[in-house]
Design a protein around this ligand. Structure first.
Ligand code: BG6
Length: 368
């Protein structure tokens, strides 16, 4: 079943271009998103005044990426909350609140209970799910399926990129219903999204480089991840992957937060992955992150930069540069996460660990 791959995880990472492409497939007509599963819901979607995304683990980080896109395009406030926290704090909900649950399995008990709570308290519900007919999908008012195919490895990879893709599609759909985005801009964004699978393929082509990096880092005791804007959730996901697979203490931080605390952790030799925003980013976050790199380099950090092709500003300060192809800034997470997934998998492999079945974890946690 692994089709010649050393693990399900390796196979599933190799399937990421298709996971994204298949999630888009059939949902773009004449430069517009078409989601037949949301037919009849236009009035509700135009009337909502808040979106709350609920999920656990990796799925929650896809929600955080989605927040940046949905707020930008559809101009509706989006919060992202862990299902188990949402459920027990009496959140304010009403018929103008859309609760979007994200779950690969569609069976995670924490998320299911949170969806039931949302329904009982009058919210509208949408499920983003990878498993046809799963419980969470059946409970929700509507479901947008991700088409990543079955994911066997416990640590999520291809389902994650498919979830982000579905959130982009939903965000564009919502912006059309709400009239918040110029159709030409929306069509342009969609074309950019459609170009992503081929770019993921390119990133996968640099896998050997990452295997080497993981080998020489296999005795690291702690690894830090920094990102900003949509790179921030990817820093969190990179850290989670390393904890899950290689049992290494890892933390992800928003790069802007560095000076408010985490910089105290930097000592000579500390490895830090930095997800560098595109130099083309209109918010000039690139310069800010490059200056973060200089600050931690001056304190002895070992910098592993994930940067766009042609970004030469990082070269003087980085120990290693992992290149990703040019993409529209909002879509970069679909590329920057790939080296981090590969890195965690290769480092776990170098330590002789089972990457498909990490200790103490289960693919789908059906207890609260
Ligand atoms: C965890 C899995 O138990 O559940 C993670 O190990 C996953 O990989 C999380 O992201 C949420 O699972 P699901 O099925 O709700 O997406």
């Amino acid at each position: 079943e692994k089709g010649g791959w050393s693990s399900f995880m390796a196979k599933e990472i190799s399937e990421e271009p298709e996971a994204v492409a298949n999630t888009i497939l059939g949902r773009v007509v004449d430069g517009q998103v078409v989601l037949p599963e949301l037919e009849g819901l236009d009035e509700m979607l135009a009337g909502i005044d808040r979106v709350i995304v609920i999920a656990c683990g990796t799925a929650s980080y896809s929600g955080l990426v989605g927040k940046y896109a949905i707020e930008k395009w559809a101009r509706v406030p989006v919060e992202v909350e862990l299902s188990h926290e949402f459920r027990y704090r009496e959140p304010v909900l009403n018929e103008r609140t859309l609760v979007v649950s994200i779950s690969q399995s569609g069976e995670t008990m924490d998320t299911l209970m949170a969806v039931k709570y949302a329904i009982a308290n009058g919210a509208r519900t949408l499920s983003i799910c990878n498993t046809q007919g799963a419980t969470i999908a059946r409970e929700s008012d509507a479901v947008v399926y991700t088409h990543a195919g079955p994911e066997v490895a416990v640590a999520s990879t291809k389902a994650f990129v498919a979830q982000i893709t579905a959130l982009y599609l939903f965000g564009l759909h919502l912006s059309r219903v709400r009239g918040t985005l110029d159709p030409e801009v929306a069509a342009h964004q969609l074309a950019e999204l459609q170009s992503i699978p081929a770019k993921i393929e390119q990133v996968l082509g640099n896998g050997a480089e990452i295997t080497q990096l993981a080998k020489w880092m296999s005795d690291s005791r702690a690894v830090l991840f920094l990102g900003r804007h949509v790179g921030y959730p990817i820093a969190l996901e990179g850290a989670l992957k390393l904890k899950e697979l290689a049992y290494i203490h890892a933390e992800g931080f928003a790069a802007g937060e560095l000076k408010h605390g985490p910089i105290a952790l930097i000592e000579p030799g500390q490895p830090v992955f930095v997800i560098v925003p595109s130099p083309r980013d209109p918010n000039s976050l690139h310069a800010k992150v490059v200056s973060n790199i200089q600050e931690i380099r001056a304190r002895g950090a070992r910098i592993l930069a994930i940067a766009e092709e042609g970004d030469v500003a990082v070269l003087p300060f980085a120990d290693e540069v992992i290149r990703i192809p040019l993409a529209a800034p909002l879509f970069e997470p679909l590329l920057t996460v790939i080296p981090l997934q590969l890195f965690a998998m290769e480092l776990a492999t170098a330590k002789g660990l089972d990457v498909d079945q990490p200790r103490n974890l289960a693919k789908s946690v059906t207890v609260e």
